[in-house]
Design a protein. Structure first.
Length: 214
């Protein structure tokens, strides 16, 4: 019988190093002979990647918050049904760059729809499907935006152009979520050296999940 895989999401503001740390964790898990799938949201499927471009590119006012949220959940539903759940059923550990907490923060809290509105849509589209562990990479909003400015590939992303006050609210909203759900969240200081950040993530995964594989 195949052991059920785990689902780990990575959250945080812009420029906190999610991609780097996801790759590091994948390499770490592979040393323990754990099969890993790396994916991202919005995205992860052919349709999801098309929606990703619609959501992340263009002017900052391209979508109102509800239209934005509905697009993201169309991609999320497709992603979970086609990619995440099948991978877990095969025994793979899924490492995902953003998940529903980003919607609660960006569209719910900061863009004003309300966190409960996002949670209702989540329940309607995905039931009670949440990560086994969420790693929150936390750092000062100004520092994160400074890092993001150096990434040419992401230079046109809408959210990075929404101003530092917007991103300060994003950071605080993530911290509030983590405070309210300590069983699922692990907060990691993303301002430390890359190797130290990785070590702290590995320690959280060891403590929270590797002792509970069944």
């Amino acid at each position: 019988m195949t052991t059920r895989g785990r689902f780990i999401s990575f959250e945080g503001g812009e420029g906190v190093g999610k991609s780097t740390q996801i790759k590091a964790l994948a390499d770490y898990l592979k040393t323990k002979d754990i099969p890993v799938l790396i994916t991202r949201e919005p995205g992860g499927t052919e349709g999801g990647e098309l929606i990703r471009n619609l959501v992340l590119e263009g002017s900052t006012d391209r979508w109102d918050p509800m239209a934005e949220l509905l697009l993201i959940y169309a991609a999320r539903r497709d992603h979970v049904v086609r990619v995440v759940k099948p991978a877990m059923a095969r025994g793979e550990w899924v490492l995902c760059d953003r998940y529903a907490d980003s919607s609660i923060v960006y569209q719910g809290v900061v863009r004003g729809l309300g966190g409960e509105t996002v949670r209702r849509l989540h329940r309607l589209s995905l039931g009670n499907f949440w990560p086994d562990l969420t790693i929150l990479l936390d750092m000062d909003a100004n520092a994160g935006l400074g890092r993001a400015d150096l990434r040419d590939a992401d230079a046109s992303y809408r959210f990075e152009r929404m101003g530092v006050e917007f991103h300060k609210k994003v950071r605080q909203a993530f911290l509030n979520l983590a405070k309210d759900d300590k069983n699922r969240y692990a907060i990691v200081n993303a301002a430390e050296e890359i190797e130290d950040v990785s070590a702290n993530i590995f320690a959280s995964v060891d403590a929270r999940l590797l002792g509970k594989v069944s």
